[in-house]
Design a protein around this ligand. Structure first.
Ligand code: ADP
Ligand code: MG
Length: 326
């Protein structure tokens, strides 16, 4: 029997929710959600387009996981607790096997965080997934991009450059390291760290377009500041470190590669012990990678103390040609 859009929703996306704050979910004209009293609502939306955000023929489980993960990463960067999401699904065809794996990937991550899918839209067209996620923070406690001050430490969660290395291997048709590929396909949103950084970090962003590009955004939000990064301090996974010795070109992915979905944040240096305690509590590593400085721009310092000013080359959908960039 062919799947019409209502059958698709019923079969793959209507799930009983364990949340008691969903008054009305899938099936009405809109969802009705009970927002906690005295909380601020935090919403984000991200779209994945086949061929742009993931290669054609990507495993549908990974697409489902990642479509939600990239949105949760945005909520993590705000220090928010996620609660609900909606899904706009544009499909070239109703392929039951594809949908089953996509929804399994989506709900595996959703259930890990007790999130409810409360509505969406289903249309035909080139494969595109949009998810809007909503959550909440105590009033005034959301972490923002602005807020960096000279002398603050600059920190990242996890490791950098794994997803970029996996993408390079895939593009070159090389044998893939599952440890790297897993980081490209199934990023782990750093929600525990994000929530733990409330009242601790002074500014935060998630790294989706590369460390340097997202650092530049963080700095742009606090004009008059720059950053000094220590190359030796940049956290790199064991899997990537094995590769860097033979292929130093992979360093570009550590600095400029997209899809890390780690948090980048600044905090006063005297909070270092609190950051260590947070990392111990969450099991998510936090590494100091540099310092906020009074000189605008980003300076990269090598192990031997040599310093060079660097400019981001992260991914931009509508970037002007290189020479026109400021
Ligand atoms: P309407 O025409 O009122 O917008 P739709 O026919 O688009 O309603 O959707 C019917 C119901 O199914 C709505 O509650 C909508 O939120 C939900 N829905 C549609 N597509 C999806 C989807 N991909 N995932 C989850 N819920 C969906
Ligand atoms: Mg609709």
């Amino acid at each position: 029997m062919p799947l019409d859009e209502f059958a698709i929703i019923d079969r793959f996306f209507r799930r009983p929710s364990r949340r008691d704050d969903v008054r009305v979910g899938i099936g009405d004209d809109a969802a009705v959600l009970q927002v906690p009293a005295a909380a601020e609502l935090v919403v984000a939306l991200d779209t994945l387009v086949e061929g742009v955000h993931f290669p054609e023929q990507t495993d549908p489980f990974a697409i489902g996981w990642k479509a939600l993960a990239v949105n949760l990463s945005d909520l993590a960067a705000m220090g928010a607790e996620p609660a609900w999401f909606t899904l706009a699904l544009t499909l070239p065809e109703a392929d039951a096997a594809w949908l089953a794996e996509f929804s399994r990937g989506l709900f595996t991550l959703a259930e890990e965080w007790n999130l409810a899918l409360v509505g969406g839209d289903t249309t035909r067209g080139p494969l595109t997934l949009s998810i809007q996620v909503a959550g909440h923070v105590p009033p005034g406690e959301a972490l923002l991009r602005r807020g960096a001050r000279t002398g603050d430490g600059l920190y990242v969660t996890g490791t950098l450059g794994d997803a970029a290395a996996a993408l390079r291997d895939w593009q070159a048709g090389r044998a893939e390291d599952p440890a790297l590929r897993g980081r490209l396909d199934r990023p782990a949103p750093r929600l525990r760290t994000g929530m733990g950084l409330r009242g601790l970090a002074r500014c935060a962003i998630d790294i989706s377009d590369g460390l340097l590009a997202d650092l530049a955004r963080l700095l742009a939000a606090s004009p008059g500041n720059g950053a000094r990064l220590e190359r030796e301090a940049l956290p790199v996974s064991a899997a990537l470190r094995r590769r860097l010795a033979a292929e130093p070109a992979l360093w570009a992915g550590v600095l400029d590669g997209g899809d890390d979905y780690e948090l980048l944040f600044c905090a006063p240096p005297e909070r270092e012990a609190d950051l260590s305690a947070l990392a111990a509590r969450t099991g998510e590593t936090i590494t100091r990678i540099g310092t906020i400085t009074a000189e605008p721009g980003i300076v990269l310092e090598d192990a031997d103390g040599r310093r060079q000013t660097v400019t981001p080359h992260g991914y931009a959908h509508f970037a002007p040609p290189q020479e026109e960039r400021p």
